[in-house]
Write a protein that binds this ligand. Structure first.
Ligand code: PLP
Length: 387
C-alpha cells in the first residue's frame, strides 16, 4: 500500500458529486449526510463555486502574501462586517486555525506583560492534529506515542462551568472550547454554560477562544454558533471546514485587543489566503451570510430532527435512544453499536459518519431540502427495519 495506513476508508470509490448526492463510477447514487465531514456546505459541484474557481484559475493561482490579494481583502471585509471580528488570519485547515489561535493567546499575554499561558479546555474535545491541538484535546487516542505534549492545557468536563471556575489560577490565560462538540458526539454547549464562562472570563481577565471549525460558517443556522447567545463576546474564533465548500481553507477571527498583539511577522502561512481559496470563500460567504439561507438551515435542521424523533425514535426504541444537535449538525444516539447502524444505512445508500458517545453524525450539505429529508427518513426506516 502506497498510502500511509492512517485511514481505513470504506470500499466506496466516489467518482463525482452533484448537490446532496455522491456517485460511484458504476452510477450508484448515495445521499450524502457527511459533506466530507461538514465541508461541502453548498453541496457538491455547486455551479457558482465551479465558476468562481475556474475564472480565478485563469487569472492567478498563487502569488503569496508578499503581494496584496484583492479577494483576500474582500473575504476578510465580509467576515469582519458580519461578525465580532476585527481582523482575520487565513490558513489552510482547521488545525492550523486552532494552532494560530493558541499562539495568539500566548502572544496577547506576552504583549500585556502578564505571565499567563494556561488554557482550560474541555474533555471529549477535538481540535485537530498538530501538537498544540492534540495537547488541548488531551485525548489519549490522539496523544499516544507522541509524548511529551505541550504544557499548560487542562481538560475539564464540558458544559460544567463550575469545573471551569475551579480550574482558574493566576497563570490561566484562556478558555477554549468547541461551541458545539463535533467529533465528541454533536453536543452543543448549553446557553447557561456559555453565559457562565463569559462571566468567568470577565471576572478573571481571560480570553475566550471558540473552535468553530465544524460548527461555524452556517452549520448551526447562524454564521457563527456563538451568535446563539447574545451576551457572548468571543475574543478568538477558528473556522475552516465549511468556509471553503471543499477547497482547503482555515481562518482565525480575532477581536480588537487580540488583533493588536499580533505584530508584523509574528505569524504567517505560504498558502494562507491564496487567490484560488479566496475566490471560492467569497462565493461561499455570498450564500452563507444571507439571512434567508441561514433561516433555511435552521428550518430544515428543525424538520430533520423532528422527523427523526417522530418517525425513527418511536419506531426503533431498541436501536436508537435520542436525537441531538442544532441546525444541520445532527446526532442520532445509537443503543446498538453506531458502526453497525451506519453500515446498515450505507446499504440503503445513505452516508453518515460516526461520532463519540455512540452517535450517528449527520452533516448534510446546507442546501438540503425537505424532499431529501424525507428520502433520508425512508432510507433510515428501511435500514433499521432490516436489522
Ligand atoms: C475537523 C476539526 C478540526 C481539525 O480540522 P482539520 O482541517 O482536519 O485540521 C479542528 N477542530 C474541530 C472542532 C474540528 O471538527
Amino acid at each position: 500500500m502506497s498510502i500511509l495506513k492512517v485511514y481505513n476508508p470504506l470500499n466506496i470509490e466516489i467518482d463525482h458529486g452533484d448537490g446532496v448526492y455522491l456517485y460511484c463510477k458504476k452510477g450508484t447514487r448515495y445521499l450524502d449526510f457527511t459533506s466530507g465531514i461538514g465541508v461541502t456546505s453548498l453541496g457538491h459541484s455547486h455551479p457558482s463555486l465551479i465558476s468562481a474557481l475556474k475564472s480565478q484559475a485563469e487569472k492567478i493561482w498563487h502569488c503569496s502574501n508578499l503581494f496584496r490579494i484583492e479577494n483576500q481583502q474582500i473575504v476578510a471585509d465580509k467576515i469582519t462586517q458580519n461578525s465580532f471580528a476585527e481582523s482575520v488570519f487565513f490558513c489552510n485547515s482547521g488545525t492550523e486555525a486552532v494552532e494560530a489561535g493558541i499562539k495568539v493567546i500566548r502572544k496577547y499575554f506576552n504583549a500585556v506583560n502578564e505571565k499567563r499561558f494556561k488554557i482550560i479546555c474541555a474533555k471529549n474535545s477535538f481540535h485537530g492534529r498538530t501538537y498544540a491541538a492534540i495537547s488541548a484535546s488531551g485525548k489519549s487516542k490522539l496523544t499516544e506515542g507522541f509524548e511529551p505534549v505541550l504544557n499548560g492545557f487542562k481538560q475539564v468536563a464540558f458544559n460544567d462551568s463550575k469545573a471551569v471556575s475551579r480550574s482558574v489560577d493566576k497563570e490561566t490565560a484562556a478558555i477554549m472550547i468547541e461551541t458545539v462538540q463535533g467529533e465528541g458526539g454533536i453536543t452543543p454547549a448549553k446557553k447557561d454554560y456559555l453565559r457562565d464562562i463569559q462571566k468567568i472570563a470577565n471576572d478573571n481577565n481571560l480570553l475566550l477562544f471558540f473552535d468553530e471549525v465544524q460548527c461555524g460558517v452556517g452549520r448551526t443556522g447562524k454564521f457563527l454558533a456563538t451568535e446563539w447567545v447574545k451576551e457572548l463576546k468571543p475574543n478568538i474564533v477558528a473556522v475552516a471546514k465549511g468556509i471553503g465548500g471543499g477547497f482547503p481553507i482555515g481562518a482565525l477571527l480575532l477581536d480588537k485587543k487580540t488583533s493588536k498583539s499580533m505584530d508584523l511577522g509574528s505569524h504567517g502561512s505560504t498558502f494562507g489566503g491564496n487567490p484560488l481559496a479566496m475566490a471560492v470563500a467569497q462565493e461561499v460567504l455570498n450564500f452563507v451570510l444571507n439571512e434567508e439561507f441561514l433561516d433555511h438551515v435552521r428550518e430544515i435542521g428543525f424538520n430533520l430532527r423532528k422527523l427523526l424523533r417522530e418517525n425513527i425514535l418511536t419506531k426503533f426504541p431498541k436501536l436508537v435512544s435520542g436525537v441531538r444537535g442544532i441546525g444541520l449538525m445532527v446526532g442520532l444516539e445509537a443503543i446498538e453499536n453506531n458502526e453497525i447502524l451506519i453500515k446498515s444505512l450505507i446499504k440503503e445508500k445513505l452516508l453518515t459518519v460516526k461520532a463519540g458517545q455512540n452517535v450517528i453524525r449527520m452533516l448534510p450539505p446546507l442546501i438540503l431540502e425537505m424532499k431529501h429529508v424525507e428520502e433520508a427518513i425512508e432510507k433510515i426506516d428501511k435500514a433499521f427495519s432490516n436489522l
